[in-house]
Design a protein around this ligand. Structure first.
Ligand SMILES: [Zn+2]
Length: 242
């Protein structure tokens, strides 16, 4: 299960566990002698959202974003040397452009300290390097309107699989921004950027990549690093934009 208490009670508190789990140990295995290229199925799952595809884990209730216009800013304090400011800003802006199809107005703001108190601004930043996030790469703090990233978990990822650093940051930003747009629940479709691969109770995420939509174990980085058609459809529904 999502570690509900992982961040609660620490210096930053999360009202709900809106965090993306560490991905470094996951591995995707398609256990079929596929006549169809598994990559093509994944691409189709990213591109298309069919009726009945909006499966979530039921771990939260989607709701409208608090405002139709939202600004995002980046505070590079505590950022690991692996990620330049420009690189992170480009990824944030890419995630914003991916979510734009939801229909909310998402705008960029250059960070300055006074923005921390602005109600329509979500500040993206890094926890202090010493901070233990409980293994979570990032989290959306609704109360303080901050998206927090964990340098510690990225350091672990760098040691284990540095080739995943960029895509994991992109994915984390896209995922957590989705929470700010009203997608509180996590998707059960493996490919969605808002997904969780398993609930820790023996249930696993869903993909068509094993011949019909089925629960699959041993998923490894199958999740899209940008919002999928189903992420967007859920965002539009949550915000009454259908
Ligand atoms: Zn999450």
């Amino acid at each position: 299960m999502i570690p509900k208490s992982a961040l609660v009670g620490r210096r930053f508190s999360l009202p709900v566990p809106l965090c993306i789990a560490a991905l470094a140990s996951l591995a995707f295995a398609v256990g079929v002698a596929a006549a169809v290229d598994p990559g093509e199925i994944r691409e189709a799952e990213i591109r298309e959202c069919r009726a009945g595809d909006l499966a979530t884990w039921g771990d939260g209730r989607d709701r409208p974003a608090p405002s139709r216009q939202m600004f995002f800013a980046y505070n590079p304090t505590n950022a690991p040397a692996d990620f330049s400011r420009d690189e992170v800003v480009a990824m944030v802006r890419k995630a914003m452009s991916g979510w734009a199809a939801c229909g909310l107005q998402l705008d960029w703001a250059e960070w300055m300290p006074t923005l921390e108190a602005a109600p329509d601004v979500r500040v993206i930043g890094w926890m202090p390097a010493s901070e233990d996030s409980g293994g979570l790469i990032g989290g959306a703090d609704f109360v303080r309107r901050r998206l927090l990233l964990s340098p510690k978990v990225f350091a672990v990822l760098k040691a284990r699989n540095p080739t995943l650093m960029q895509s994991t940051l992109q994915m984390t930003l896209s995922h957590e921004i989705g929470h700010f747009l009203g997608l509180v629940a996590h998707s059960r479709r493996c490919v969605d950027v808002t997904s969780y691969y398993h609930d820790g109770k023996g249930r696993h995420c869903l993909t068509e990549n094993i011949g019909g939509i089925r629960s699959v174990k041993g998923v490894i980085e199958y999740r899209s690093d940008m919002p999928t058609a189903c992420d967007i459809a859920r965002c539009r529904r949550a915000n009454g934009l259908q």
